[in-house]
Write a protein that binds this ligand. Structure first.
Ligand SMILES: Cc1cc2nc3c(=O)[nH]c(=O)nc-3n(C[C@H](O)[C@H](O)[C@H](O)COP(=O)(O)OP(=O)(O)OC[C@H]3O[C@@H](n4cnc5c(N)ncnc54)[C@H](O)[C@@H]3O)c2cc1C
Length: 401
Protein backbone atom coordinates (compact mmCIF):
# COMPACT_ATOMS: atom_id res chain seq x y z
CA UNK A 1 0.00 0.00 0.00
CA UNK A 2 1.21 3.52 -0.83
CA UNK A 3 2.38 5.52 2.17
CA UNK A 4 1.25 8.94 3.33
CA UNK A 5 3.78 11.65 2.71
CA UNK A 6 4.44 14.20 5.43
CA UNK A 7 6.29 17.35 4.39
CA UNK A 8 7.83 19.70 6.93
CA UNK A 9 10.83 20.74 8.94
CA UNK A 10 12.06 18.12 11.38
CA UNK A 11 12.26 20.52 14.30
CA UNK A 12 8.87 22.19 13.72
CA UNK A 13 6.99 21.75 17.02
CA UNK A 14 3.58 21.60 15.30
CA UNK A 15 4.63 18.48 13.41
CA UNK A 16 5.58 16.45 16.47
CA UNK A 17 1.93 15.74 17.45
CA UNK A 18 1.22 14.62 13.89
CA UNK A 19 4.22 12.29 13.73
CA UNK A 20 3.37 11.01 17.22
CA UNK A 21 -0.27 10.41 16.28
CA UNK A 22 0.65 8.56 13.07
CA UNK A 23 3.31 6.50 14.81
CA UNK A 24 1.01 5.57 17.72
CA UNK A 25 -1.73 4.73 15.23
CA UNK A 26 0.70 2.54 13.23
CA UNK A 27 0.16 4.53 10.05
CA UNK A 28 3.27 4.23 7.88
CA UNK A 29 4.38 7.54 6.39
CA UNK A 30 7.25 8.91 4.40
CA UNK A 31 8.94 11.94 5.89
CA UNK A 32 10.06 14.60 3.42
CA UNK A 33 12.20 17.34 4.93
CA UNK A 34 11.52 20.81 3.55
CA UNK A 35 14.90 22.01 4.79
CA UNK A 36 13.44 25.28 5.98
CA UNK A 37 12.34 26.43 2.51
CA UNK A 38 10.58 29.71 3.25
CA UNK A 39 7.85 29.28 0.61
CA UNK A 40 6.74 25.77 1.65
CA UNK A 41 4.16 24.98 4.33
CA UNK A 42 3.95 21.74 6.31
CA UNK A 43 1.51 19.42 4.58
CA UNK A 44 0.36 15.85 4.25
CA UNK A 45 -0.35 13.97 1.04
CA UNK A 46 -2.68 10.98 1.11
CA UNK A 47 -2.26 7.95 -1.18
CA UNK A 48 -5.21 9.16 -3.31
CA UNK A 49 -3.31 12.40 -4.04
CA UNK A 50 -5.30 14.62 -1.70
CA UNK A 51 -3.12 17.28 -0.07
CA UNK A 52 -3.81 18.97 3.29
CA UNK A 53 -1.76 22.05 4.13
CA UNK A 54 -1.12 22.77 7.83
CA UNK A 55 -3.36 19.82 8.75
CA UNK A 56 -4.99 19.34 12.13
CA UNK A 57 -5.18 15.89 13.72
CA UNK A 58 -8.96 15.96 13.17
CA UNK A 59 -8.49 16.55 9.43
CA UNK A 60 -5.96 13.73 9.20
CA UNK A 61 -8.16 11.31 11.14
CA UNK A 62 -11.13 12.37 9.02
CA UNK A 63 -9.22 11.63 5.83
CA UNK A 64 -8.17 8.26 7.17
CA UNK A 65 -11.86 7.50 7.66
CA UNK A 66 -11.52 7.41 11.43
CA UNK A 67 -13.91 10.17 12.41
CA UNK A 68 -17.50 9.22 12.15
CA UNK A 69 -20.74 10.34 13.66
CA UNK A 70 -22.19 7.87 16.19
CA UNK A 71 -24.34 5.39 14.27
CA UNK A 72 -26.96 4.85 16.93
CA UNK A 73 -28.99 7.00 19.30
CA UNK A 74 -28.31 4.60 22.14
CA UNK A 75 -25.78 1.85 22.86
CA UNK A 76 -25.71 -1.05 25.32
CA UNK A 77 -22.22 -0.03 26.40
CA UNK A 78 -20.04 3.03 25.97
CA UNK A 79 -16.35 2.69 26.85
CA UNK A 80 -14.24 5.77 27.46
CA UNK A 81 -10.51 5.47 26.76
CA UNK A 82 -8.85 3.20 24.21
CA UNK A 83 -5.83 2.14 26.25
CA UNK A 84 -5.36 -1.56 27.07
CA UNK A 85 -8.35 -1.64 29.47
CA UNK A 86 -10.78 0.04 27.05
CA UNK A 87 -9.60 -1.96 24.05
CA UNK A 88 -9.89 -5.23 25.92
CA UNK A 89 -13.38 -4.31 27.14
CA UNK A 90 -14.35 -3.43 23.57
CA UNK A 91 -13.13 -6.77 22.18
CA UNK A 92 -14.98 -8.81 24.81
CA UNK A 93 -18.16 -6.71 24.78
CA UNK A 94 -18.59 -6.75 21.01
CA UNK A 95 -17.65 -10.41 20.68
CA UNK A 96 -20.36 -11.16 23.23
CA UNK A 97 -23.01 -9.28 21.26
CA UNK A 98 -23.27 -5.94 23.07
CA UNK A 99 -23.89 -2.87 20.94
CA UNK A 100 -20.64 -1.18 21.90
CA UNK A 101 -18.98 2.16 21.23
CA UNK A 102 -15.39 3.03 22.19
CA UNK A 103 -14.49 6.70 22.60
CA UNK A 104 -10.88 7.94 22.57
CA UNK A 105 -9.72 11.53 22.81
CA UNK A 106 -6.24 10.98 21.32
CA UNK A 107 -4.62 8.01 19.64
CA UNK A 108 -5.50 4.37 20.23
CA UNK A 109 -3.27 2.64 22.80
CA UNK A 110 -3.17 5.00 25.78
CA UNK A 111 0.01 5.02 27.84
CA UNK A 112 0.93 1.59 26.51
CA UNK A 113 0.81 3.00 22.98
CA UNK A 114 3.76 5.22 23.85
CA UNK A 115 5.94 2.30 24.92
CA UNK A 116 8.53 1.29 22.36
CA UNK A 117 8.73 -2.28 23.62
CA UNK A 118 6.53 -4.04 26.13
CA UNK A 119 8.51 -7.05 27.23
CA UNK A 120 6.50 -8.37 30.12
CA UNK A 121 3.11 -8.91 28.48
CA UNK A 122 2.35 -12.60 28.31
CA UNK A 123 2.53 -14.23 24.91
CA UNK A 124 5.21 -12.00 23.37
CA UNK A 125 8.58 -13.48 24.37
CA UNK A 126 10.44 -11.00 22.18
CA UNK A 127 8.31 -8.08 23.33
CA UNK A 128 5.89 -6.03 21.26
CA UNK A 129 5.67 -2.30 20.68
CA UNK A 130 2.73 -0.71 22.49
CA UNK A 131 1.46 0.79 19.24
CA UNK A 132 1.45 -2.60 17.52
CA UNK A 133 -0.32 -4.28 20.44
CA UNK A 134 -2.95 -1.54 20.39
CA UNK A 135 -3.38 -1.72 16.61
CA UNK A 136 -3.95 -5.47 16.81
CA UNK A 137 -6.57 -4.91 19.51
CA UNK A 138 -8.21 -2.17 17.42
CA UNK A 139 -8.51 -4.51 14.43
CA UNK A 140 -9.88 -7.27 16.65
CA UNK A 141 -12.46 -4.92 18.17
CA UNK A 142 -13.53 -3.71 14.71
CA UNK A 143 -13.82 -7.31 13.53
CA UNK A 144 -16.39 -7.94 16.25
CA UNK A 145 -18.32 -4.81 15.29
CA UNK A 146 -17.21 -2.18 17.81
CA UNK A 147 -17.78 1.38 16.73
CA UNK A 148 -14.74 3.55 17.48
CA UNK A 149 -15.07 7.31 17.84
CA UNK A 150 -11.64 8.87 17.73
CA UNK A 151 -10.55 12.35 18.83
CA UNK A 152 -13.67 12.69 20.98
CA UNK A 153 -13.36 13.54 24.64
CA UNK A 154 -16.02 12.80 27.23
CA UNK A 155 -16.14 15.90 29.41
CA UNK A 156 -19.25 15.42 31.50
CA UNK A 157 -21.38 12.48 32.53
CA UNK A 158 -24.99 12.59 33.73
CA UNK A 159 -26.99 9.60 34.92
CA UNK A 160 -30.76 9.32 34.64
CA UNK A 161 -33.39 6.89 33.31
CA UNK A 162 -30.90 4.07 33.92
CA UNK A 163 -28.68 5.55 31.22
CA UNK A 164 -25.40 7.42 31.10
CA UNK A 165 -25.52 10.58 29.01
CA UNK A 166 -22.06 11.88 28.15
CA UNK A 167 -21.24 15.27 26.68
CA UNK A 168 -18.29 15.42 24.31
CA UNK A 169 -16.04 18.44 24.06
CA UNK A 170 -17.37 19.03 20.52
CA UNK A 171 -20.95 19.40 21.81
CA UNK A 172 -22.23 15.95 20.78
CA UNK A 173 -23.90 13.68 23.31
CA UNK A 174 -23.87 9.92 23.60
CA UNK A 175 -26.31 7.71 25.51
CA UNK A 176 -25.71 4.15 26.73
CA UNK A 177 -27.26 1.71 29.18
CA UNK A 178 -23.91 1.01 30.84
CA UNK A 179 -20.44 2.45 30.61
CA UNK A 180 -16.86 1.54 31.42
CA UNK A 181 -14.48 4.31 32.34
CA UNK A 182 -10.99 3.29 31.21
CA UNK A 183 -9.52 6.76 30.95
CA UNK A 184 -6.22 5.91 32.65
CA UNK A 185 -3.70 8.14 34.34
CA UNK A 186 -1.29 10.76 33.28
CA UNK A 187 1.90 10.52 35.32
CA UNK A 188 3.98 13.56 35.89
CA UNK A 189 7.27 13.01 34.14
CA UNK A 190 10.68 14.59 34.38
CA UNK A 191 10.71 15.01 30.59
CA UNK A 192 14.32 13.92 30.26
CA UNK A 193 15.88 12.40 27.20
CA UNK A 194 15.69 8.61 27.44
CA UNK A 195 12.94 8.65 30.07
CA UNK A 196 10.62 6.53 27.92
CA UNK A 197 13.41 4.18 26.93
CA UNK A 198 14.28 3.42 30.54
CA UNK A 199 10.66 3.09 31.65
CA UNK A 200 10.49 -0.06 33.75
CA UNK A 201 14.17 -0.56 32.93
CA UNK A 202 15.35 1.49 35.85
CA UNK A 203 12.88 4.38 35.72
CA UNK A 204 9.59 3.91 37.55
CA UNK A 205 6.63 6.19 38.16
CA UNK A 206 5.54 5.78 41.74
CA UNK A 207 7.43 3.41 43.95
CA UNK A 208 5.94 -0.06 43.79
CA UNK A 209 6.72 -2.28 46.72
CA UNK A 210 7.24 -5.08 44.22
CA UNK A 211 10.64 -3.60 43.40
CA UNK A 212 11.97 -3.98 46.93
CA UNK A 213 13.70 -7.29 46.35
CA UNK A 214 15.43 -5.90 43.29
CA UNK A 215 16.91 -3.09 45.35
CA UNK A 216 18.88 -5.27 47.76
CA UNK A 217 22.22 -3.65 48.56
CA UNK A 218 21.85 -1.04 45.84
CA UNK A 219 21.87 2.73 45.85
CA UNK A 220 18.49 3.97 44.71
CA UNK A 221 17.04 7.40 44.05
CA UNK A 222 13.56 8.76 44.70
CA UNK A 223 12.52 12.03 43.11
CA UNK A 224 9.98 14.03 45.09
CA UNK A 225 9.45 15.36 48.57
CA UNK A 226 5.79 14.51 49.15
CA UNK A 227 4.38 11.79 51.37
CA UNK A 228 4.45 9.12 48.68
CA UNK A 229 8.18 9.76 48.18
CA UNK A 230 8.79 9.83 51.93
CA UNK A 231 6.93 6.58 52.51
CA UNK A 232 8.80 4.97 49.64
CA UNK A 233 12.16 6.11 51.03
CA UNK A 234 11.32 4.72 54.43
CA UNK A 235 10.15 1.41 52.95
CA UNK A 236 13.09 0.93 50.57
CA UNK A 237 15.65 1.82 53.23
CA UNK A 238 15.08 -1.66 54.67
CA UNK A 239 16.33 -3.24 51.46
CA UNK A 240 18.68 -0.84 49.73
CA UNK A 241 22.24 0.04 50.66
CA UNK A 242 21.43 3.76 50.48
CA UNK A 243 18.29 5.67 49.52
CA UNK A 244 18.68 9.19 48.10
CA UNK A 245 15.71 11.54 48.07
CA UNK A 246 16.10 14.19 45.38
CA UNK A 247 14.12 17.31 46.19
CA UNK A 248 14.03 20.78 44.69
CA UNK A 249 13.44 22.60 47.95
CA UNK A 250 15.77 23.17 50.86
CA UNK A 251 13.50 21.68 53.48
CA UNK A 252 11.49 18.46 53.74
CA UNK A 253 8.96 19.89 56.16
CA UNK A 254 7.47 22.09 53.40
CA UNK A 255 6.06 19.07 51.61
CA UNK A 256 6.21 16.11 53.98
CA UNK A 257 4.12 15.19 57.03
CA UNK A 258 5.92 15.75 60.31
CA UNK A 259 5.99 12.09 61.30
CA UNK A 260 7.68 11.23 58.02
CA UNK A 261 10.22 14.03 58.38
CA UNK A 262 11.17 12.61 61.78
CA UNK A 263 11.35 9.10 60.42
CA UNK A 264 13.44 10.07 57.38
CA UNK A 265 15.85 11.99 59.60
CA UNK A 266 16.23 9.03 61.91
CA UNK A 267 17.07 6.43 59.25
CA UNK A 268 20.80 6.33 58.66
CA UNK A 269 20.87 5.07 55.11
CA UNK A 270 18.45 7.74 53.76
CA UNK A 271 20.20 10.80 52.35
CA UNK A 272 18.26 13.86 51.25
CA UNK A 273 19.75 15.81 48.34
CA UNK A 274 18.28 19.31 48.77
CA UNK A 275 18.01 21.93 46.00
CA UNK A 276 18.53 19.07 43.57
CA UNK A 277 17.08 17.81 40.32
CA UNK A 278 17.78 14.83 38.09
CA UNK A 279 18.93 16.35 34.82
CA UNK A 280 20.15 13.39 32.72
CA UNK A 281 19.83 9.62 32.43
CA UNK A 282 22.36 7.26 30.91
CA UNK A 283 22.73 3.59 30.26
CA UNK A 284 22.88 1.01 27.53
CA UNK A 285 19.84 -1.29 27.69
CA UNK A 286 19.10 -0.47 31.31
CA UNK A 287 19.51 2.64 33.42
CA UNK A 288 23.08 2.81 34.72
CA UNK A 289 23.64 6.34 35.97
CA UNK A 290 21.88 9.65 36.55
CA UNK A 291 23.11 13.21 36.74
CA UNK A 292 21.98 15.37 39.62
CA UNK A 293 22.30 19.13 39.50
CA UNK A 294 22.40 21.15 42.68
CA UNK A 295 20.88 24.53 41.92
CA UNK A 296 22.25 26.18 45.06
CA UNK A 297 25.85 25.07 44.70
CA UNK A 298 25.84 24.98 40.90
CA UNK A 299 27.29 21.45 40.84
CA UNK A 300 26.50 18.49 38.60
CA UNK A 301 27.33 15.01 39.82
CA UNK A 302 26.86 11.63 38.12
CA UNK A 303 25.66 8.79 40.38
CA UNK A 304 25.75 5.10 39.49
CA UNK A 305 22.28 3.61 39.94
CA UNK A 306 19.88 1.26 38.24
CA UNK A 307 16.76 2.41 40.14
CA UNK A 308 15.09 5.77 39.87
CA UNK A 309 11.59 6.17 41.29
CA UNK A 310 9.72 9.28 40.18
CA UNK A 311 7.15 10.15 42.84
CA UNK A 312 6.02 13.58 41.78
CA UNK A 313 2.40 12.67 41.37
CA UNK A 314 0.06 11.80 38.58
CA UNK A 315 -3.52 12.47 37.80
CA UNK A 316 -6.29 10.11 36.77
CA UNK A 317 -8.45 11.41 33.94
CA UNK A 318 -11.72 11.62 35.85
CA UNK A 319 -12.72 15.27 35.60
CA UNK A 320 -15.79 14.19 33.65
CA UNK A 321 -17.12 12.54 36.83
CA UNK A 322 -16.61 15.52 39.11
CA UNK A 323 -20.27 16.52 39.23
CA UNK A 324 -21.69 13.02 39.45
CA UNK A 325 -22.42 10.67 42.35
CA UNK A 326 -19.31 8.69 41.44
CA UNK A 327 -16.99 8.44 44.46
CA UNK A 328 -13.37 9.40 43.81
CA UNK A 329 -10.47 9.45 46.25
CA UNK A 330 -8.63 12.68 47.06
CA UNK A 331 -6.48 12.25 43.96
CA UNK A 332 -9.40 11.56 41.65
CA UNK A 333 -9.13 7.75 41.34
CA UNK A 334 -12.49 5.96 41.02
CA UNK A 335 -13.56 3.76 43.91
CA UNK A 336 -15.23 0.50 42.92
CA UNK A 337 -16.73 -2.58 44.60
CA UNK A 338 -15.94 -3.21 48.24
CA UNK A 339 -13.70 -0.11 48.44
CA UNK A 340 -16.92 1.90 48.35
CA UNK A 341 -18.67 0.31 51.28
CA UNK A 342 -17.40 2.54 54.09
CA UNK A 343 -17.81 5.84 52.25
CA UNK A 344 -20.50 8.33 53.34
CA UNK A 345 -21.12 9.54 49.80
CA UNK A 346 -21.72 5.97 48.64
CA UNK A 347 -24.14 5.26 51.48
CA UNK A 348 -26.18 8.31 50.56
CA UNK A 349 -26.40 7.63 46.80
CA UNK A 350 -26.56 3.82 46.45
CA UNK A 351 -30.13 2.54 46.85
CA UNK A 352 -30.04 -0.96 45.34
CA UNK A 353 -30.46 -4.04 47.55
CA UNK A 354 -27.16 -5.46 46.31
CA UNK A 355 -23.57 -4.27 46.78
CA UNK A 356 -21.71 -2.86 43.78
CA UNK A 357 -19.95 -5.42 41.60
CA UNK A 358 -16.17 -5.57 41.97
CA UNK A 359 -15.51 -3.02 39.19
CA UNK A 360 -18.71 -1.03 39.55
CA UNK A 361 -18.54 2.56 40.79
CA UNK A 362 -21.05 4.17 43.15
CA UNK A 363 -23.42 4.69 40.20
CA UNK A 364 -25.13 1.44 39.13
CA UNK A 365 -24.13 0.46 35.60
CA UNK A 366 -21.05 2.68 35.57
CA UNK A 367 -17.84 0.64 35.77
CA UNK A 368 -14.13 1.44 35.93
CA UNK A 369 -11.18 -0.58 34.64
CA UNK A 370 -7.42 -0.17 34.50
CA UNK A 371 -5.17 2.53 35.90
CA UNK A 372 -8.03 4.95 36.58
CA UNK A 373 -9.34 2.71 39.33
CA UNK A 374 -8.42 3.25 42.98
CA UNK A 375 -5.67 0.80 44.01
CA UNK A 376 -5.16 -0.60 40.52
CA UNK A 377 -2.00 -2.50 39.58
CA UNK A 378 -0.81 -0.21 36.74
CA UNK A 379 0.28 -2.81 34.24
CA UNK A 380 -0.87 -3.64 30.71
CA UNK A 381 -1.90 -7.16 31.73
CA UNK A 382 -3.99 -6.01 34.68
CA UNK A 383 -5.68 -3.31 32.59
CA UNK A 384 -6.52 -5.89 29.91
CA UNK A 385 -7.81 -8.28 32.59
CA UNK A 386 -9.98 -5.63 34.22
CA UNK A 387 -11.43 -4.61 30.84
CA UNK A 388 -12.58 -8.20 30.31
CA UNK A 389 -13.90 -8.54 33.88
CA UNK A 390 -15.84 -5.30 33.65
CA UNK A 391 -17.71 -6.62 30.61
CA UNK A 392 -18.86 -9.70 32.53
CA UNK A 393 -20.21 -7.41 35.23
CA UNK A 394 -21.90 -5.21 32.61
CA UNK A 395 -23.77 -8.34 31.45
CA UNK A 396 -24.84 -9.04 35.03
CA UNK A 397 -26.03 -5.46 35.40
CA UNK A 398 -27.93 -5.38 32.08
CA UNK A 399 -29.62 -8.70 32.82
CA UNK A 400 -31.32 -7.09 35.83
CA UNK A 401 -32.36 -3.82 34.15
C1 LIG B 1 6.16 4.78 28.45
C2 LIG B 1 5.37 3.71 29.17
C3 LIG B 1 5.77 2.38 29.09
C4 LIG B 1 5.06 1.38 29.75
N1 LIG B 1 5.52 0.09 29.66
C5 LIG B 1 4.85 -0.88 30.31
C6 LIG B 1 5.31 -2.23 30.21
O1 LIG B 1 6.34 -2.52 29.59
N2 LIG B 1 4.57 -3.19 30.82
C7 LIG B 1 3.44 -2.90 31.55
O2 LIG B 1 2.80 -3.83 32.05
N3 LIG B 1 3.01 -1.63 31.68
C8 LIG B 1 3.68 -0.62 31.08
N4 LIG B 1 3.25 0.67 31.21
C9 LIG B 1 2.04 0.92 32.01
C10 LIG B 1 0.81 0.62 31.16
O3 LIG B 1 0.96 1.22 29.89
C11 LIG B 1 -0.46 1.13 31.84
O4 LIG B 1 -0.61 0.48 33.08
C12 LIG B 1 -1.68 0.84 30.95
O5 LIG B 1 -1.55 1.51 29.70
C13 LIG B 1 -2.97 1.28 31.62
O6 LIG B 1 -4.02 1.07 30.71
P1 LIG B 1 -5.42 1.83 30.83
O7 LIG B 1 -6.21 1.36 29.66
O8 LIG B 1 -5.96 1.67 32.18
O9 LIG B 1 -5.09 3.39 30.69
P2 LIG B 1 -4.26 4.24 29.63
O10 LIG B 1 -3.26 3.41 28.93
O11 LIG B 1 -3.79 5.43 30.39
O12 LIG B 1 -5.34 4.69 28.54
C14 LIG B 1 -6.33 5.63 28.85
C15 LIG B 1 -6.85 6.22 27.55
O13 LIG B 1 -7.99 7.02 27.85
C16 LIG B 1 -7.97 8.18 27.05
N5 LIG B 1 -8.80 9.20 27.71
C17 LIG B 1 -8.53 9.87 28.86
N6 LIG B 1 -9.54 10.69 29.19
C18 LIG B 1 -10.49 10.55 28.21
C19 LIG B 1 -11.77 11.11 28.00
N7 LIG B 1 -12.30 11.98 28.86
N8 LIG B 1 -12.46 10.75 26.89
C20 LIG B 1 -11.95 9.85 26.01
N9 LIG B 1 -10.74 9.27 26.17
C21 LIG B 1 -10.02 9.60 27.27
C22 LIG B 1 -6.49 8.54 27.00
O14 LIG B 1 -6.21 9.39 25.88
C23 LIG B 1 -5.86 7.16 26.86
O15 LIG B 1 -5.73 6.77 25.51
C24 LIG B 1 3.91 1.70 30.53
C25 LIG B 1 3.49 3.03 30.61
C26 LIG B 1 4.21 4.04 29.95
C27 LIG B 1 3.75 5.47 30.06
Amino acid sequence: MKKLKLYGNADAPELYPIRDFLKRSVVAFEWIDLNHSADKQPSIEFPDGQLLVNPTLEQIAQNLGWINKPKYKEYDLSIYGAGPAGLSAAVYAASEGLKTVLIEREAIGGQAGTSSLIENYMGFPDGISGAELAERARQQALKFGVEILLLREGVKGTFYDNRIHVDFSNGEQLVAKANICATGVEYARLNLEGEDRFFHKGVYYGAGASEANFCQDKDLFIVGGGNSAGQAASFFSKFAKRVFMVIRRGCLADTLSEYLVKRINSIENIHVLYHSQVTALEGDELLERIRISNTEEGTEIWYETSKLFICIGGKPNTEWASETAICRDVNGYLYTGSDLLGLDKYQSCWDLDRHPYHLETSVPGSFAAGDVRFNSVKRVASAVGEGAMAVTQVHQYLAKL
